[in-house]
Design a protein. Structure first.
Lengths: 207, 147
């Protein structure tokens, strides 16, 4: 009898411990700059990595004067191909969008949505021009022919990953390579390479 | 023209403050440099400080400093950029950055204004708080081998 009681109590205690361990933390909002969130670092590309690459690229680009037009106006920049040469599925917009925002805010450049090699073009630009044949629309409100502005520069790039395993550790280097090209001459007017390196247990890297 | 004279005044104060290598003395004579934590001045010496308004209207600043301690040290800095109305201009480049400097080695801080609307700036220098230590970000670290 005593053994049964003890067994029941032990089972109850174990059951309680197991259930407690299975409870999940309720979802909650966290701030973008929350240090607890930023402290979570993976061997892959995290948000902080894209921010660092974009920050360094913008600093380098503005310091280079490549966006300083001689007459003081603004360059028109088209976004070209940003190649993902890593083993991860990355939307390169995570990098490019930040750079685009800073270019626009600098007052030195505008980005065109009419031409893009990265899928950033806005199809509505062309859809509205197709309305010229549609009599339902007031033709005075439709953009005239010859109003689109061709880009002066293009921004292209590549994200490369190199993984090395040494003893119990793995070192992963990410190379963010960006190039700004003058579309009239083909000259490269700016380029830079930003490196993000991570070290971790080799078991955490299975790619 | 008003913007030009304002920046010129700051430049003069900047160069006046650069005659010594003490970060604290540079901060005292230059209102654009704010020492959030005076303990940094005990080991971080300013060797050279430059600030220029470029022809394209962007403000570029560079500070070359050295860790006088034999141990590796960490400090934080942030640049706030202001427009003509005194409002800060938001930018991804205007965030607190943590910089590690090896013992007896140098560091270069190079920043550029995010817009030609910038007419003033404040460079804040401090030490990492507990949250910064959690983040352990090391961005924009520039080092050079000093003599």
């Amino acid at each position: 009898m005593l053994q049964k009681v003890l067994l029941t109590m032990c089972s109850f205690v174990v059951f309680t411990i197991v259930l407690t361990g299975c409870t999940q933390e309720a979802p909650r909002h966290v701030g973008v700059d929350n240090p607890d969130v930023q402290a979570v670092v993976s061997m892959g590309l995290d948000r902080q990595d894209f921010e660092k690459a974009a920050t360094d690229a913008v600093n380098s680009l503005l310091r280079s004067s490549a966006l300083s037009k001689p007459d003081g106006g603004r360059y028109v920049v088209a976004i070209g191909r940003i190649v993902n040469d890593t083993t991860q599925r990355i939307d390169t917009d995570l990098l490019v969008r930040k750079i685009r925002i800073e270019m626009l805010n600098s007052g030195k450049a505008v980005v065109t949505s009419a031409v893009s090699a990265s899928g950033n073009d806005d199809q509505i630009i062309y859809d509205t021009r197709n309305l010229r044949d549609n009599d339902e629309f007031n033709h005075d409100t439709i953009a005239n022919k010859g109003t689109l502005i061709a880009p002066d520069l293009s921004l292209t790039g590549k994200i490369i990953q190199q993984t090395k395993r040494v003893d119990k550790n793995a070192l992963v280097d990410y190379y963010f390579q960006l190039v700004l090209t003058d579309l009239k001459t083909g000259y490269v007017t700016w380029e830079d390479e930003i490196i993000v390196s991570k070290v971790g247990d080799r078991k955490s890297v299975n790619w | 023209m008003g913007k030009f004279y304002m920046i010129l005044v700051f430049l003069l104060l900047f160069f006046a403050g650069c005659s010594t290598s003490s970060l604290e003395s540079v901060a005292k004579t230059n209102p654009s440099i704010i020492l959030e934590d005076k303990s940094v001045a005990k080991w971080l010496e300013v060797e050279n400080a430059n600030s220029v308004i470029r022809q394209d209207g962007l403000v570029e600043l560079e500070i070359v400093a050295k860790n006088s301690d034999s141990k590796s040290r960490i400090f934080t800095y942030k640049v706030d950029w202001y427009d003509a109305n005194g409002f800060t201009i938001q930018s991804i480049t205007s965030k607190w950055k943590i910089v590690q400097v090896e013992g007896k080695r140098g560091v270069i801080i190079r920043e550029i204004s995010p817009s030609h609307d910038v007419i003033n700036y404040k460079l804040r220098i401090g030490t990492p708080n507990d949250n910064d230590k959690k983040r352990e970000q090391n961005v924009n670290i520039k080092e050079y081998r000093g003599d």
